[in-house]
Design a binder for this molecule. Structure first.
Ligand code: SF4
Length: 625
């Protein structure tokens, strides 16, 4: 049985490292990953902790199943107070780093303080130690990754690192693991940079894990379920970028800063096109999907990573760029510089929109002509965002802060909720997406909501699960609050288990959590059923909502940007979004058992929790039972 590893606490100010035991209560109350992260963050930070202050704590946790025999159990969850939103920062990363960490007996790293000089945190058979990183500071993420691997003389060392954007604490900076994997959202690369932590390196684990035959059989059943999905071959051969055309056909594709919901040039993203350039397929720990790939573009000196659905849309249709090869180049540039490509592409689209409307002029852009779809302009803005210079310095703050600085009505066109840039789906064509953007605990987001049952369930399933067959009609609000509440709880469970959502939810489609509960029982020995997992998902969301409200969020105030709510709707979208959103949000709060103000009412925590009172004392309606 795989028991949780220990927690390693690193104080960079003191250069001290200590280990803490993982309480057995935590596994059944929070699982691990995203669940333990919010638990630890509430205990070890204050509601007024500034994201870039040394007191902020960056927590990196393996899910309860990360690094076990469970298929696609690759995920590591990262949390801290977010420099982009000021609220909860939360992001997940795949690859092999999490599995390596877990196999070294470490469940979570808690990193606080600030090193006086740049350092690397190194984890191996000889323990955990800090090493100087002067020679790495200033290098991009690919250079850093290669330098750290070649210093060890082996290619199976795993690396998490920041690039120039993180070093400059740009609020949309990400953390990369190799060229393919990013903890992109909510600016956690800036937190790492503010601590002078350039990288975390994990040596290969000591030996291959051994599993019981029951565990192997449970895992094999899960793999069969993934492979039987009708979508398996598309994801496996072409990756998620293959769904850009699908998104266009369903009129859900965020185009030209959300002005439109379809992009005629989307056909250029046809799977065959990029697949012809694929030189190698890649995968994460124990994943049968292999959705990652290396591409070789004509004239390029080295292989590049294939973008995913979200990043391709952020740098393509949102900016009206229809050349997929240019999108590949820009995606890889963001990764090298350590910028979240979703936020970066969305910020560029926002700037191009303002430029066309005359809200930004050549005076504001140093003479740069922000034409839609110009890859040279985009390249320049990405570099400027990462280096925090010129207009890029403003855009790198995120569209919310940039709009406030620009004024002149710019806020109307800023696509964000709670300061996080809206991702690829146009919310006007999917009420589950619109509600998810509004109520996600990390700001406008799809991945932590994953409301795919809206188009995956049959009407009969929808009637059975959320009481109305209308829940599968994307333009109808009926059933959406229940559907989004369910999918957010399931999503929180996946992040706490460390399972990738593509195989688990897009392919195996396990929104009932039965297979995942079976994996937990066989691999960890915890006697948890699907309903127990759902309760844990709800607990995680309750705590995350408390953290956000404690940090100053009024959950009833923020809404989708005015340009989405108020303008004449293109085909396939609702025009009356404003009233619908408020109705759905209130109903969602009811489903969650929260007050009409969006505050959790009561919570049964299975341990003494004196730290909770710091977060709840200003909240009406709160009662810890
Ligand atoms: S589906 Fe893709 S991202 Fe997810 S674990 Fe597999 S290879 Fe990694």
């Amino acid at each position: 049985m795989d028991k949780p590893g220990r927690i390693v606490k690193v104080d960079l100010t003191q250069s001290s490292i200590m280990s803490l035991a993982y309480s057995p209560v935590w596994s059944s109350a929070y699982l691990a990953g995203r669940g333990i992260n919010i638990r630890l963050l509430l205990e070890h930070t204050e509601p007024d902790t500034e994201p870039l202050d040394p007191e902020n704590v960056l927590i990196l946790s393996c899910g309860l199943l990360t690094g076990t025999a469970a298929p696609a159990s690759s995920r590591l969850h990262l949390s801290a107070a977010s420099p982009l939103t000021g609220l909860l920062g939360s992001s997940s990363i795949g690859g092999h780093f999490g599995a390596h960490l877990r196999r070294h007996g470490i469940q979570a790293l808690m990193i606080c303080g600030k090193s006086p000089r740049p350092v690397v945190l190194r984890i191996g058979a000889n323990g955990v130690r800090l090493e100087p990183a002067h020679d790495l500071w200033g290098r991009d993420t690919v250079e850093t990754y290669r330098a750290l691997r070649s210093a060890q003389g082996r290619s199976d060392v795993e690396v998490l690192c920041i690039g120039p954007a993180g070093e400059r604490a740009v609020p949309m900076a990400c953390i990369m693991s190799g060229p393919d994997h990013a903890a992109g959202r909510t600016g956690l690369g800036a937190v790492m940079g503010s601590k002078n932590l350039k990288a975390v390196v994990v040596d290969p684990p000591p030996g291959p894990p051994r599993y019981s035959s029951a565990a192997k059989e449970t895992a094999a059943r899960y793999v069969r379920r993934i492979r039987q999905s009708a979508e398996y071959s598309t994801f496996s051969t072409h990756g998620s970028v293959a769904y850009v055309g699908w998104c266009h056909e369903r009129r859900l594709l965020a185009t030209r800063n959300f002005r439109e919901n379809s992009f005629p040039a989307a056909q250029a993203f046809d799977p065959q096109h990029l697949s012809g350039l694929t030189t190698r397929r890649k995968t994460c720990y124990r994943c049968p999907v292999h959705c990652k790939a290396e591409l070789r573009l004509p004239g390029a000196s080295e292989p590049l990573a294939r973008p995913e659905f979200e990043t391709a849309i952020a740098l393509g249709p949102k900016c009206s760029l229809g050349d997929p090869q240019q999108v590949v180049l820009l995606h890889n540039l963001c990764s090298r510089l350590g910028l979240d490509a979703i936020s970066a592409g969305t910020a560029i689209a926002f700037a191009m929109d303002l430029f066309e409307r005359g809200i930004l002029t050549a005076q504001d852009t140093d003479g740069l002509d922000l034409r839609w779809g110009d890859p040279a302009v985009m390249e320049r803005l990405i570099e400027d965002m990462a280096q925090a210079r010129g207009l890029g310095a403003l855009l790198g703050q995120g569209v919310h802060r940039a709009a406030q600085s620009i004024g002149r009505g710019a806020e109307r066109y800023a696509p964000h909720v709670h300061g996080l840039e809206m991702p690829a789906y146009h919310p006007g064509g999917s009420m589950a997406t619109a509600l998810g953007y509004l109520v996600s605990t990390r700001g406008a987001d799809f991945t932590s909501v994953y409301a795919t049952p809206e188009y995956r369930w049959s009407p009969e399933e929808a009637a059975r699960e959320v009481g109305t067959p209308l829940a599968v009609n994307p333009l109808q609000p009926e059933g959406k609050p229940a559907l989004v509440a369910r999918s957010m709880m399931v999503s929180a469970v996946m992040d706490a288990l460390g399972l990738c959502k593509v195989p688990a939810l897009s392919l195996a489609g396990g929104f009932d959590l039965k297979c995942e509960a079976e994996l937990v029982r066989h691999l960890t020995g915890l006697a948890l059923e699907a309903d127990d997992l759902l309760d844990i998902g709800k607990r995680i969301l309750d705590l995350e909502q408390l953290a956000n409200v404690g940090r100053g969020l009024d959950p009833t105030k923020d809404t989708l940007p005015e340009m989405v709510r108020h303008r004449p709707a293109p085909d396939g979208m609702r025009a009356d979004l404003k009233d619908i959103l408020e109705r759905m949000r209130l109903e969602f709060f009811q489903f969650m058992g929260w007050t009409p103000q969006g505050i959790p009412r009561r919570m049964a925590l299975p341990e003494p929790s004196p730290w909770l009172s710091r977060w709840t004392r200003r909240q009406k309606g709160w009662r810890n039972s």
